[in-house]
Design a protein around this ligand. Structure first.
Ligand code: PLP
Length: 371
């Protein structure tokens, strides 16, 4: 599904030099590399503040902690996403309220969000799933209308660009009050371990989130609030600082692979290519087909027999997960998410796919689907 070894081989000198520099300086925690990477990422994303943290899940948790919410306050998330999005809501004693997604973009459905808003709703967490932004124009308008916070889960979408009706273009993670991203190794900007970051343009929120990520402390051993220990370590920052200058080229390579897939599968009525959000670019963290009128799981097995990996992101929506079962929801309540869970199939997608590999993958998928 990914090929991190080949990617490393192309940038080995820069990565190795960056890591060696950290070891020589022995500044493993809060070193200069962390600050320089955060500054470079501020310049790249246009976010006023980038706060590096331990991972994407922590980023989401710290973001929600900073909003001053109380137990019972409701936070709206899509039901078709990675578990972390709702996990942090539940962990903080807040109430996750899940909504359905759109069939084409697989992102949060805005009309479902509107219907889910109650007097206790405090925040919306849109997920920019698989690498394209949710309908942020409508989500931000809804949030303004109801005075809600928006925390973007941009863990899969770093570098995606969204253009608003007024012509303004913003990056994933920099449109809401807070944005969160992950540097998990297989993410579009991945480090060599765990890592994450929080984006905000709000000075007060930035100050609060920096403190929360550092045991709630601004002045050493003086704790203003209950915090956590969540840091991006200097070695990971060195890896990321070496990879960030390549991010746009990595995105372009993923987009070229996606175009190859799109063209190969266009017109096949059993394979629906990913629908596009008209106002967002797509950075293709995943290339996800919808398999119709054929056995998705059997196709996966047959591809595996031919040496082609594929994955189901995600086989079970949140409202059907054991840990998140809730009397408010029953099977059938979120028909689009449930249908997607039964038919999605993600193909290999990374920066090192060449034409020969793409031809091998697509010809085998087409041969197997047409049997
Ligand atoms: C990867 C991911 C996360 C969590 O990031 P980690 O760094 O693994 O904690 C959260 N949300 C989404 C949508 C993700 O894809």
């Amino acid at each position: 599904m990914v090929d991190l070894q080949t990617q490393y081989a192309h940038i080995k000198q820069d990565i190795d030099a960056g890591i060696q520099e950290v070891i020589d300086s022995a500044a493993f925690i809060k070193g200069a590399k962390v600050t320089s990477f955060a500054e470079h990422l501020e310049a790249y994303t246009g976010a006023k503040h980038v706060i590096p943290v331990g991972n994407g899940t922590d980023a989401l948790q710290i973001a929600l902690m900073a909003l001053g919410l109380k137990p019972g306050d409701e936070v709206i998330t899509p039901t078709f996403t990675f578990i972390a999005t709702a996990e942090v809501v539940a962990l903080l004693g807040l109430t996750p309220v899940v909504v359905d997604v759109e069939w084409e973009t697989m992102n949060m459905d805005v009309e479902s969000v509107r219907r889910a808003i109650t007097p206790r709703t405090k925040a919306i967490v849109p997920v920019h799933l698989f690498g394209q932004c949710a309908n942020m124009e409508a989500i931000m308008a809804l949030a303004r209308e109801h005075n809600l916070f928006v925390v973007e889960d941009a863990c899969q979408a770093i570098g995606a660009q969204y253009t608003f009706a007024n012509g303004e273009t913003r990056q994933a993670g920099t449109m809401g009050h807070i944005g969160c991203t992950s540097f998990f190794p297989s993410k579009n900007l991945g480090c060599y371990g765990d890592g994450g970051a929080i984006f905000t343009n709000d000075d007060a929120l930035a100050d609060k989130m920096r403190a929360i990520a550092n045991h709630g402390c601004r002045v050493r051993y003086h704790h203003d609030e209950v915090g956590v220990n969540s840091r991006l370590d200097s070695i990971q920052a060195a890896v990321l600082d070496a990879k960030l200058p390549h991010l746009n080229e990595y995105i372009a390579t993923r987009q070229r692979a996606a175009t190859y897939y799109d063209e190969a599968f266009a017109g096949n009525d059993k394979l629906l290519i990913p629908g596009r959000e008209p106002h967002s670019t797509h950075v293709f963290h995943q290339y996800t087909l919808r398999v119709l009128g054929a056995d998705r799981d059997k196709l996966r097995e047959q591809l595996a027999e031919r040496g082609i990996p594929s994955m189901v992101y995600y086989p079970v929506p949140l409202h059907q997960q054991k840990a998140y079962r809730d009397a408010r929801y029953k099977d059938g309540d979120f028909p689009v998410a449930e249908r997607l869970a039964s038919c999605v199939l993600s193909l290999p997608m990374h920066t090192e796919l060449d034409e020969e590999q793409l031809a091998f993958i697509t010809s085998n998928v087409l041969e197997l689907i047409n049997i």
